[in-house]
Write a protein that binds this ligand. Structure first.
Ligand code: ADP
Ligand code: MG
Length: 341
């Protein structure tokens, strides 16, 4: 079967079935944001790896090396945050093509180090080699959590409310604006490089995402939430991953999806409606989580920026409820590496 028919997630499911792990030492393996491995009776080691490939995940014509290093660290720490864990260590493997010099790699590690310092994470190893084509970065992040606090994708139950931290859609809009500026369309390069302008803020959110580690920890420690995932592929796709693992469905309310002022203010510079960027655009690295209604007060007490956007349903599938109350089924949209676009 062609990978374009199977899709990225169909392929992962096949690998998962061939290597299904049934061991108390690995209570959580393929299928969540990070694997959770039992290292002592009460604590779990969290392990996750993510690649960034030139031409797929980033374009060096509008991505500086500091931002690339920043993002490589941030996207991995985000998967530890999605488990409610504390990131501790990481390893970096680089395949470097001709044309990239040591100063650029130094800038990459300055950006990488800035995120590591912020979260007190240590770089403890990796691998370095040449690449025939394109710059390839693989980061492995290791973290920890208490066994009782582990937040999986699979714990959502019908009736639970759905929440998301921060705002959605900024990163996908930022990417479109960066591309347009590079191609000399609509936006000027100087404006997009100004972090005080609306489009500059969107570009910054694409280039230097912030992993929600503190929020993830607060949510896990509170015991309020039943499930959690980070929004890397897009809201509908990540919500469908969470629902599939939980054996449930969801309704989300279009009017409740949090959009930043920068995104709303940039509507005229974008090719699509702003809500589409929030629903299907990826790489926001916000946390999407569920909690039963009786925990709403407890959640408010956490004082994190989180918005209630919907409800978990027994009926499978995801529906978008419009301002008029009409429900529209949503086909999970977001980033799949193999689907034809
Ligand atoms: P995320 O977007 O949170 O990084 P992914 O969609 O990349 O998650 O992966 C989903 C799950 O599948 C994770 O548990 C990941 O470890 C696992 N996974 C992805 N690719 C592979 C692979 N080639 N082999 C084994 N496990 C994989
Ligand atoms: Mg994830």
């Amino acid at each position: 079967m062609r990978l374009s028919e199977l899709g990225e997630f169909g392929l992962i499911e096949k690998i998962r079935r061939s290597f299904s792990v049934k061991s108390p030492r690995a209570p959580l393996s393929i299928g969540d944001d990070a694997a959770a491995l039992a290292v002592s009776p009460s604590s779990m080691l969290l392990a996750t790896t993510d690649m960034l490939v030139e031409g797929v995940h980033f374009d060096l014509s509008f991505t500086d090396f500091f931002s690339l290093g920043w993002k490589s660290a941030a996207v991995n720490l985000s998967d530890i945050a999605a488990m409610g864990g504390i990131p501790r260590f990481c390893l970096t493997a680089l395949a470097i093509p001709q044309g990239i010099g040591s100063e650029q790699i130094a800038d990459f590690y300055k950006g990488f180090g800035a995120v590591l310092r912020e979260h007190a994470v240590l770089l403890v190893g990796g691998d370095t080699c040449s690449s025939g084509k394109g710059f390839i970065i693989t980061v492995t992040a290791l973290g920890e959590t208490e066994k009782a606090l582990l937040l999986r994708r699979s714990g959502a139950r019908p009736g639970d409310r759905i929440f998301v931290t921060g705002t959605l859609g900024d990163s996908a809009a930022g990417l479109e604006l960066l591309r347009n500026a590079e191609w000399g369309m609509r936006n000027k390069k100087s404006e997009i490089r100004n972090p005080k302008s609306a489009i500059g803020r969107l570009a910054e959110r694409h280039l230097r995402p912030v992993p929600r580690v503190a929020e993830g920890l607060k949510i896990a420690r509170s015991g309020c939430a039943t499930s959690m995932i980070d929004v890397s592929d897009g809201l509908t796709l990540d919500l469908s991953h969470l629902c599939d693992e939980s054996g449930a469905g969801a309704q989300i309310f279009s009017g409740k999806i949090p959009l930043s002022n920068a995104l709303r203010g940039s509507a005229g510079a974008l090719t699509g409606p702003v809500l589409d960027y929030a629903l299907a655009g990826g790489e926001d690295y916000e946390l999407l989580f569920t909690a039963p209604p009786r925990k709403l007060k407890c959640l408010r007490g956490l004082k994190i920026q989180a918005t209630e956007i919907g409800i978990v349903t027994k009926a499978r599938g995801i529906a978008l409820v419009g301002a008029d109350g009409k429900k529209k089924p949503l086909t999970p949209q977001g980033y799949d590496h193999f689907r034809r676009r």
